[in-house]
Design a binder for this molecule. Structure first.
Ligand code: C2E
Ligand code: MG
Ligand code: MG
Ligand code: MG
Length: 291
């Protein structure tokens, strides 16, 4: 009957699901050997301080190039890596590589922090604190220059463990940012239970600025809330000068996005900042100067 086929056939054997499962399996199998085959790399994207125009922090973003799959975006492989636990060695590789590269930064990046995205699975590892400490020791990076980016899913559980790990790492100088803020399911009230230093407003709220007044209201509310909790605010995904001006007026501390600098390899950061950021930040000061 159709009811039976609905239960036994369609859920298991729909062709598109098989494709999806196959794709996941291919990604998974190739991901297992990605580190040893040297297929992973990091690019970095600065956050620009709106008062000084300086890069305060550069975020490390994973890139994976595989001979069979080509370039695979993190949105395609991070969920698989998290589900299978492969995120543990990959996350450790990303943390170590990011700290090592940041330690070599010079010029206007010499004091910039490096921000590393950390999955909840990683933070729940028993030895995560020790891992971070030993990577800082090994690379010589000052803990004050390391920022870890977490997502809202972590806040929902409100268990003691992540909070203890955060307290311990903060006591040695590591800071924490809440990534993609506004898109998760957590109540804003959960935020006060976690020792965050920064909120990163998701680019979903930036994309349609300045046309969508509702988005400007949301950004404004998020900035005010962050202020009252004593948190620093970065707006993500800034692509136009108009967005930049609105975000400045709404009181964001830093901006990050293609307008300021695309994610690039570590050795190209200074060159790209000089080429891309300067016109954007200079344009910003013009209307203020007229007023
Ligand atoms: P995310 O941490 O929120 O990073 C921001 C994403 O937005 C990056 O995508 C970045 O390339 C992109 N982006 C930056 N500026 C702009 C802009 O102006 N416009 C638009 N449209 N996009 C912009 P990417 O590199 O593809 O990374 C996607 C997500 O994958 C990241 O989101 C992060 O959640 C995850 N990810 C990346 N690297 C790592 C990692 O090392 N560990 C973990 N756990 N997750 C990672
Ligand atoms: Mg991030
Ligand atoms: Mg983000
Ligand atoms: Mg994001």
């Amino acid at each position: 009957t159709s009811k039976d086929s609905g239960r036994n056939c369609c859920t298991l054997f729909r062709p598109e699901m098989t494709d999806f499962a196959l794709e996941q399996l291919t990604v998974e199998n190739n991901l297992r050997t990605a580190i040893e085959r040297n297929e992973l790399s990091l690019v970095f994207q600065p956050e620009i301080d709106l008062l000084t125009g300086q890069p305060t922090c550069c975020e490390a973003l994973l890139r994976w190039h595989n001979p069979e799959l080509g370039s695979v975006s993190p949105d395609r492989f991070i969920p698989t890596a998290e589900r299978t636990g492969i995120i543990l060695p990959i996350g450790e590789w990303a943390l170590r590589t990011a700290c090592r590269e940041a330690q070599a930064w010079t010029g206007e990046l010499a004091h910039s922090r490096v921000a590393v995205n950390v999955s909840e699975v990683q933070l729940r590892q028993a030895n995560f604190c020790n891992l971070v400490r030993s990577i800082l020791n090994e690379t010589g990076l000052s803990p004050q220059r390391l920022e870890l980016e977490l997502t809202e899913s972590l806040l929902v559980s409100r268990e003691g463990e992540p909070r203890r790990i955060m307290d311990e790492l903060r006591s040695i100088g590591v800071s924490f940012a809440l990534d993609d803020f506004g898109t998760g399911y957590s109540s804003l009230g959960y935020l006060r239970h976690f020792p965050m230093d920064k909120l990163k407003i998701d680019r979903a709220f930036v994309r349609d600025l300045p046309a969508h007044r509702e988005d400007a209201s949301i950004v404004s509310a998020l900035v005010n809330m962050a202020r009252s909790l004593n948190l620093n605010v970065t707006a993500e995904g800034v692509e136009t000068a108009e967005q930049l001006a609105v975000l400045r007026d709404l009181g964001c501390d830093q901006v990050q996005g293609y307008l300021l600098c695309r994610p690039v390899e570590s050795h190209r950061l200074i060159e790209c900042l000089q080429a891309e950021r300067s016109p954007a930040v200079l344009a910003l000061s013009e209307p203020a100067a007229e007023a």
